[in-house]
Design a protein around this ligand. Sequence first.
Ligand SMILES: Cc1cc2nc3c(=O)[nH]c(=O)nc-3n(C[C@H](O)[C@H](O)[C@H](O)COP(=O)(O)OP(=O)(O)OC[C@H]3O[C@@H](n4cnc5c(N)ncnc54)[C@H](O)[C@@H]3O)c2cc1C
Ligand code: FES
Length: 277
Amino acid sequence: MPYRIVKRKDLIPGQTVLMVVDAPMIAEKARPGNFVILRVNDHGERIPLTIADRDPAAGTITIVFLVVGKSTALLATLQEGEDILDVCGPLGRPTHIEKRKAVICVGGGTGIAAMHHIAKGHHEAGNRVVAVIGARNKDLLLFCDELGSFCPEVLVATDDGSRGHKGFVTEVLRKRLEEDKDIEEVVAIGPVPMMEAVAKVTKPFGVKTTVSLNSIMVDGIGMCGACRCTVDGHVRFACVDGPEFDGHAVDFQELRMRLGQFRCEEKQSFDQFKARS
Ligand SMILES: Cc1cc2nc3c(=O)[nH]c(=O)nc-3n(C[C@H](O)[C@H](O)[C@H](O)COP(=O)(O)OP(=O)(O)OC[C@H]3O[C@@H](n4cnc5c(N)ncnc54)[C@H](O)[C@@H]3O)c2cc1C
Ligand code: FES
């Protein structure tokens, strides 16, 4: 069954795309933390993407993706009114949301969009949510207005200081943890080095820290083993046991190694795609 793109927007031209996709059954069932796996065409690779938002009344889900290789570049060529061949979901375990005094949700780069749905879930549970978002510069910050609509505070860090704190989200996070003793949980979504750094910062504070692992996935239903990761010394499949795990227990070194294992093939395939288009 094809899935119609009802809205498409270049959030960052040539780099980051937002799509609102008609998928009523997924929109009804999706919870914060869930993801979908989609294919653009019959020969297409399976692309896992986090559900950044949903509108059950309109029957739509929102995805936001960074163009990093052949499959995301192909997806980005689709326009409003065109169809995605298939969208499978909602997949993964939803975010475990408990009543907390306050939660910090950290998002880096495209991870800000994925973090948005989780932050919204915590807000709807009655938790005070402080958003901490970061990017290389102010033009690369996503979802500032959306987060501002329900978070009492959106703290910003940019590498070049063009907006908010000049430096990393982890510096903003550490300061807030020192000042705000009501913070009972930290959630981080973004590049692997950022999530690893967040977990290092929160450890001495003893604050529960949840990270969302973007392991390489193929089937998304626990059969192929592609998304294997190690958490607390145990093998876990990110697609069915996660994608969210205790950040203090994840083997990030293994995750980084596994994410890079097809780099040559990915580069070759992207180069061929660019040469053809
Ligand atoms: C649960 C989950 C949720 C994700 N959510 C988002 C999101 O909301 N927005 C977003 O921009 N990206 C997200 N990603 C990453 C996204 O799936 C990859 O960027 C995409 O599959 C890359 O495909 P490609 O062919 O364009 O790039 P490729 O050239 O194939 O790969 C580029 C890099 O992307 C990663 N990658 C490649 N294939 C996969 C795969 N099958 N599964 C996971 N990672 C892969 C690898 O690190 C690789 O080095 C998510 C990944 C997972 C596992
Ligand atoms: S993607 Fe196949 S087991 Fe997780």
